[in-house]
Design a protein around this ligand. Structure first.
Ligand code: PLP
Length: 428
């Protein structure tokens, strides 16, 4: 394990990064109003975890809570816990908590399924609700699942015969191409570059042209301030395992503005979205409100873990989270550029904090090998094809010293010979 990154108590490295030194970044941590949240997470010693944009860290409360749900609610309560422990209410209850995080009404968010499945439900429901809309317009290079889901719908899916088409365009051409026949599917914060759309401005401009807008908030919820209602957001999905720290494969969330809900019927008309699931009637009738977007039995253990992550995020001031995220990214960019000058790094992420999310991406032809060398030193980020190294700065548990040390480590790796023959793992 490399000396520089193996724990914060090690001696001060000789080489300091211009723009910030260790004393400065320690002072920033000492003044950080969110600093106490770090102790609420389990993070391995000697690790600087910069991949909360892929899988958030484990809240300390989660294991005991999930164990209690297992032992008491399942072990002792058995099937009675659907009522006694309100398992049946979990998708709405946790959804209402996420609603508070994203600036929506309690009855506008539900936790269900995965981001991909929720996208499918919303896009198919929107296509079915408005026969004139038959174009799904998205950004070239959007996260693949968003495009795949749209393609699957257009290829037939459950809307066979609707003749929906998928178009992708560079982001600066989307507004001009949008009209009353389009559903525009956008990811608020780009998974690769970290670029952020102006949520309110873009939503309003697209709505003014008659488009219906569906936002993917996978990299946004828990990282940046959202204010969905204030921004006029109509439909959105987001994921539970990144900045909401809900654990691997945590269920996702789905948002539908209150006024749109009655007109949207889920194509996955399962019994949990029925108006009266336990009436066991022969014909489907959607529940009033957001519960109509449930399909099957909710994953109670995963919901229990997600609720711990959401509860923790709710304790933090969203403005502070956004401020710290911006400062962490600023610091990392400055320090990495100083430590790696001339080493062939290209910054892909906007320098303007308002125009990016909470991760920083650098391109380098040896990006995969460099990231593996960093991981071996205890600095965990990730890699996206073809050459992108991503460094996520989850403001609840990443500190300024972490950002500084990660930049130092990147400089050290680049100054040495990165291995070019590293075998790609399945998950990069
Ligand atoms: C923008 C975006 N959308 C969707 C997903 C994944 O969706 P799912 O939860 O269905 O795996 C990711 C995963 O990283 C993502 O970055």
């Amino acid at each position: 394990m490399n000396q520089i990154v193996a724990g914060h108590s090690r001696s001060i490295p000789r080489r300091t990064v211009p723009g910030a030194d260790l004393q400065q970044v320690r002072a920033m941590d000492a003044q950080d109003p969110l600093a106490s949240f770090r102790a609420r997470f389990t993070l391995p010693d000697g690790t600087i975890y910069l991949d909360g944009n892929s899988l958030g860290a484990l809240p300390r409360a989660t294991p005991d809570h999930v164990a209690r749900v297992l032992r008491e609610e399942w072990g002792q309560g058995l099937v009675r816990s659907w009522n006694a422990a309100d398992w049946i209410g979990a998708p709405l209850r946790v959804g209402a908590k996420i609603a508070r995080l994203v600036g929506a009404q309690d009855d506008e968010v539900i936790v269900a399924d995965s981001t991909s499945v929720n996208l499918y439900k919303l896009l198919a429901a929107a296509l079915a609700a408005s026969p004139d809309r038959h174009v799904i317009l998205s950004e070239t290079g959007n996260f693949p699942t968003d495009l795949y889901i749209a393609q699957g719908l257009a290829a037939g899916g459950l809307t066979a015969g609707r003749n929906a088409v998928v178009r992708t365009l560079p982001r600066d051409e989307i507004l001009a191409a949008a009209d009353a026949q389009t559903i525009v599917l956008l990811t608020h914060i780009h998974y690769k570059t970290g670029e952020r759309f102006d949520l309110a401005g873009v939503t309003q401009a697209l709505r003014a042209k008659g488009a219906l807008v569906v936002w993917d908030l996978a990299h946004s919820a828990g990282a940046v301030e959202l204010g969905l209602n204030r921004a006029g957001v109509q439909l959105a999905v987001g994921c539970g395992y990144k900045y909401l720290n809900g654990g691997p494969g945590a269920p996702a969330f789905l948002y539908a503005a209150r006024d749109l809900q009655p007109g949207l019927v889920s194509p996955l008309s399962g019994w949990m979205g029925h108006a009266r699931p336990f009436a066991f009637s022969a014909d489907y009738a959607p529940a009033d409100g957001i519960r109509r977007f449930l399909c099957g039995t909710p994953p109670i253990l995963s919901l229990a873990a997600l609720e711990c992550g959401v509860d923790l995020a709710l304790e933090a001031d969203p403005a502070e989270l956004a401020r710290k995220s911006a400062r962490l990214c600023d610091l990392f960019i400055a320090c990495a550029e100083a430590a790696c000058a001339g080493a062939g790094l290209t910054l892909l992420t906007p320098r303007d904090a308002a125009a990016r999310g909470s991760h920083v991406s650098f391109a380098h032809p040896d990006g995969y090998a460099i990231m593996q060398a960093l991981v071996a030193r205890g600095v965990i980020g990730d890699f996206r094809e073809p050459d992108v190294m991503r460094f996520g700065f989850a403001p609840l548990y990443v500190g300024y010293e972490d950002a500084w040390r990660a930049a130092q480590a990147l400089g050290e790796v680049l100054a040495g010979e990165p291995r070019r023959d590293v075998v790609r793992a399945e998950v990069t």
